[in-house]
Design a binder for this molecule. Structure first.
Ligand SMILES: [Zn+2]
Length: 327
């Protein structure tokens, strides 16, 4: 049961369990030292996938499985990937990500292809709900940085190829010495309700039939989060909102966002939809939403997303509870 409260807690991917140990990043030969330490734990990424193993049955919220990252000791070949120093755990052990492009791994077994439940190379979207906070946080951090390295290979000033530095938290141009830091793109996501506490749901133009979520959009330069909420709602469905209140946030490395969640109240209910942004939008009461989920005419956002948590916050129970007709 989701308790009604003002701020979302325990949002998936958002627990920071490692000490990022930022003071170590500037040390000379940091990567060599970390990879020479047999106690260092390596998370290898092949594209956006990590090796995941099944450790036992989980609770219902984890899709019935409990999963774990398969971390290993350093190997000589790790220097061929982008090495990312994620931080140290409570025992002081270094955690290092090693990112390889997907084409460097032809032996990747797709999930389920082995016919067993031993896991395999899974994406964070696939595995996130079954991982504990430590593993989910490590996977999230390494994936976000790997995505950045993969798409920021050259200097934005002169075009020269840049090189990773500071344990993967920086890229430096050898030509002009400029430093390039990893970026995180802020996006707002908001539960818009009307005076009857109905929730506004929208379906993106590329989404499958029946898939609805709350509205969301990127924060623009020079804009506060609250202003971004008001602008996005006005642009997408033509509504003016008030009472914009912070609800919670979630790192979302697909590829490089942080989602900042809000609630907002609409001043009217007449929708004027921009078809480029939203193909359908509708107001639902809690009973209408439960009925639509149970009949399958509406599908909820997926497992680990803050979108799902925001809807559950409004609904007063989890999506799984809402569709359970035995209750
Ligand atoms: Zn340059």
């Amino acid at each position: 049961m989701v308790r009604s409260r003002d701020i979302l807690s325990d949002v998936a991917l958002s627990a920071a369990t490692l000490d990022r140990s930022g003071h170590e990043r500037t040390e000379e030969r940091l990567v060599d030292r970390l990879l020479a330490d047999p106690l260092t734990l390596v998370l290898e990424l092949r594209g956006d996938r990590a090796l995941i193993e099944t450790v036992g049955p989980g609770d219902a919220g984890s899709g019935g499985r409990l999963l774990r990252l398969r971390l290993r000791s350093p190997q000589q070949e790790d220097l061929e990937g982008v090495v990312i120093f994620a931080g140290r755990d409570r025992e002081g052990r270094a955690h290092v990500g090693v990112a390889h492009p997907p084409e460097g791994s032809p032996e990747l077994a797709p999930p389920g292809s082995t016919g067993s439940d031993e896991g395999g190379w899974l994406t964070l979207r696939q595995a996130g709900a079954g991982l504990d906070d430590d593993d989910a946080s490590l996977f999230t951090t390494v994936l976000a940085l790997a995505n950045w390295h993969g798409t920021h290979t050259h200097c934005s000033r002169c075009g020269a190829a840049t090189a990773p530095a500071q344990g993967g938290w920086l890229r430096v141009c050898p030509n002009d010495g400029s430093e390039h830091y990893p970026r995180t793109d802020a996006a707002v996501i908001m539960a818009v309700v009307d005076d009857s506490d109905r929730l506004l749901l929208g379906r993106g133009p590329q989404w499958p039939e029946g898939r609805f979520s709350v509205l969301a959009g990127f924060v623009e330069p020079g804009e506060s989060f609250e202003a971004a909420v008001a602008r996005e709602v006005a642009e997408e469905v033509g509504l003016e909102v008030t009472d914009v209140r912070y609800l919670g946030n979630q790192p979302w490395p697909f590829p490089s966002s942080v989602m900042i969640g809000f609630t907002a109240r609409a001043l009217s209910t007449d929708l004027d939809i921009d078809p480029n942004e939203v193909s359908e939008a509708l107001w639902v009461t809690r009973d209408e939403y439960r009925a639509a989920l149970r009949s399958g005419t509406i599908r909820a956002p997926f497992g680990i997303s803050i979108a799902k948590r925001i809807i559950e916050h409004w609904l007063g129970e989890t999506i799984e509870e809402a569709v359970d007709v035995r209750r």
